[in-house]
Ligand binder design. Structure first.
Ligand code: ATP
Ligand code: MG
Length: 569
């Protein structure tokens, strides 16, 4: 159990500021219902940071009986891909959310956005400018000195309409004309100094083909998309705070033609220790072969986590615990792992597997006898039932469950000591054998037939219980032991002069052969299980097959988050 103080963030999560704003908007009659949206750019797979935004947007809509749209922010023709669009939909559904009929693509609004641009031109609030990107940059000035006006800033509305039509008709090459808003060249906010609204890109778009050769900039497109969809609360991450004055300027100046006046609200993005979150760097990890793909179980992507065995419930719970604030911070990845363990502990069936085997012979057990013993599937869940595990004269145990010269507080197996074999019998170690190199190869034991099931009728106690598998019945399986992908707490650290690649953990994946009790070989791909005393594992969704299992370690049993947090008190 987690001490209360560790989950106290729940209370602040419950009262977080966005929930408060919405509650007030509804109580004050500003809105009767709410509409939010999740607007990914389909240029990569979703990661755990996106999950925070998804849980927030879809979660608020559910809570306030409103709606949450899924909108592909595909305004940039160069970078997007259908593979990403499909993966985004799959991942959101897997997380447990549903956009209903609210699926949109920013590119569906290109005509409406174009109308809005014309409207601004007619109002004298936008102009076509022929400065190059470098010139626009050089003309910008500094926060304390105003920009130099573009020579085309004072064109008439009519002339701008003609020029904009030429841009649209493809009469200019890329970089030879842009449409800019006409706002304030002296504004301390650089985003208000005549930002670019449209640029020319002679690139085929995956949705609109070659219909357009002018494409709206994100800052222009996004507020309009929100307004077209009658979004009430447009929730985004903190770096967009400085863009909000332009968002409001645009919505305000087009109020007559827009169906709604959405409000932008910013919150802090999720950063996790030992984790890279930028889509660009995740793509590099994939392209450079540091991982096997976007769904490599070491990736912080939703599909990577799915393959790793994480559950949607645990990810949603994690997003709830971290809450929503206005301050950027670095969240301990141990908290995510804690949420995973907490859920898997309740839901995962238990089974026995030996990952570093040592042969053990029970000398007083009949040679040809096999007993099928009852084992509880989940001691945390009485409804989970039992299964049969085979027991025989020769079993495998973990090497580190035996010590030749054991200290007093070592409660596992040692010469002359007695332990319980889980679900089976008490055994006592009577000796061992070594090979020519001195390595111990076989343990010799006797068992007490009266202790069948794991209890002694004479009331005698043993301190240790170890897991095991019957050697003749064990199923060998490929087992992948995953660890963190980076050795550095913040591989994203901008002040670090080393490249993030230098912080890759060379031991992030170890593949071994494990020996499983027979039931485990029947698991369907994607099924989760606890290997007793070892950790939570999942039958790999891609590579595992009934009869030829491949298991991924989801997470170890040791909860460093609880330990760290209780030690601090
Ligand atoms: P990246 O910087 O990783 O490329 P992005 O912000 O460009 O991410 P988008 O596809 O534009 O990726 O993101 C879709 C939504 O998810 C946005 O509303 C964005 O604010 C949100 N989001 C992205 N990363 C995080 C994060 N780490 N924490 C919370 N929300 C995030
Ligand atoms: Mg983005």
């Amino acid at each position: 159990m987690v001490p209360d103080s560790n989950t106290s963030t729940d209370a602040s999560a419950h009262l977080h500021f966005i929930r408060q704003i919405i509650t007030e908007d509804i109580a004050g009659g500003k809105h009767s219902t709410i509409a939010t949206r999740f607007p990914p750019e389909p240029n990569g797979y979703l990661h755990i940071g996106h999950a925070k935004s998804i849980c927030l947007n879809f979660g608020l809509a559910l809570e306030f009986n409103g709606k949450c749209n899924l909108r592909m922010d595909d305004t940039n023709p160069a970078k997007e891909d259908l593979e990403y669009v499909n993966s985004i939909k799959e991942d959101i559904r897997w997380l447990g959310f549903d956009w209903g009929t609210g699926y949109y693509q920013a590119s569906d609004y290109f005509a409406q956005m174009h109308d809005c641009a014309m409207q601004l031109i007619k109002q004298g609030l936008a102009y076509v400018c022929h400065l190059s990107a470098e010139q626009i940059h050089d003309f910008r000035g500094t926060p304390s000195t105003p920009s130099t006006p573009s020579p085309w800033r004072e064109r008439s509305a009519n002339e701008n309409l003609v020029e904009f039509a030429k841009m649209r008709a493809g009469e200019y090459g890329e970089g030879h004309a842009v449409l800019r808003a006409k706002i304030d060249l002296a504004s301390p906010n650089m985003h208000m100094r005549d930002p670019v609204l449209y640029r020319i890109r002679k690139t085929t778009h995956h949705n609109t083909g070659d219909t357009w050769c002018i494409y709206p900039m994100y800052d222009f497109a996004h507020p309009l998309e929100d307004a077209f969809e009658k979004i009430t609360h447009s929730i985004c991450t903190l770096e967009f705070e400085v863009h909000r004055p332009f968002y409001d300027w645009l919505i305000h100046n087009l109020a007559d033609v827009l169906p709604a006046q959405p409000r932008q609200i910013e919150f802090a993005r999720l950063n996790l220790t030992y984790t890279l979150m930028s889509k660009r760097k995740l793509l590099e990890l994939v392209q450079e072969g540091h991982v096997t793909g976007w769904d490599d179980p070491r990736m912080p992507t939703i599909c990577g986590f799915r393959r790793r065995g994480y559950t949607p419930t645990a990810i949603r719970r994690f997003c709830e615990i971290i809450g929503v604030t206005k301050f950027n911070s670095l969240t301990d990845v141990a908290l995510l792992e804690h949420a995973i363990r907490d859920d898997l502990n309740k839901t995962s069936p238990r089974a026995m597997a030996v990952l570093a085997p040592m042969r053990l012979v029970i000398e007083n057990y009949p040679e040809d006898q096999v007993e099928w013993l009852d084992a509880a599937n989940n001691p945390e869940d009485p409804t989970a039932g039992t299964r049969k595990v085979p027991f025989s004269r020769e079993i495998l145990i973990e090497q580190n469950d035996f010590m030749e010269d054991a200290p007093k507080n070592f409660f596992r197996l040692a010469p002359g000591r007695e332990v319980r074999l889980r679900w089976a019998y008490f055994i006592t170690c009577t000796g061992f054998e070594r090979d020519s190199t001195g390595k111990i190869t076989t343990l010799r034991c006797t068992y007490d037939p009266a202790t069948r099931g794991g209890d002694a009728p004479d009331g005698r106690k043993v301190k240790g219980t170890i897991h095991w598998v019957s050697a003749a019945h064990a199923i060998p399986a490929k087992v992948r032991l995953y660890d963190r992908l980076f050795t550095k707490e913040n591989p994203n650290d901008e002040s670090d002069d080393k490249d993030w690649r230098e912080h890759l953990n060379p031991d992030s994946l170890k593949t071994i052969t494990g020996y499983l009790e027979p039931e485990l070989a029947k698991l369907t791909p994607g099924a989760r299980v606890q290997f007793e005393r070892l950790g939570y594992f999942v039958a790999d969704a891609e590579d595992s097959q009934p009869g030829a299992p491949v298991f991924n370690r989801t997470v170890t049993l040791k909860d460093s988050w609880i330990k760290g947090n209780t030690a601090a008190k």
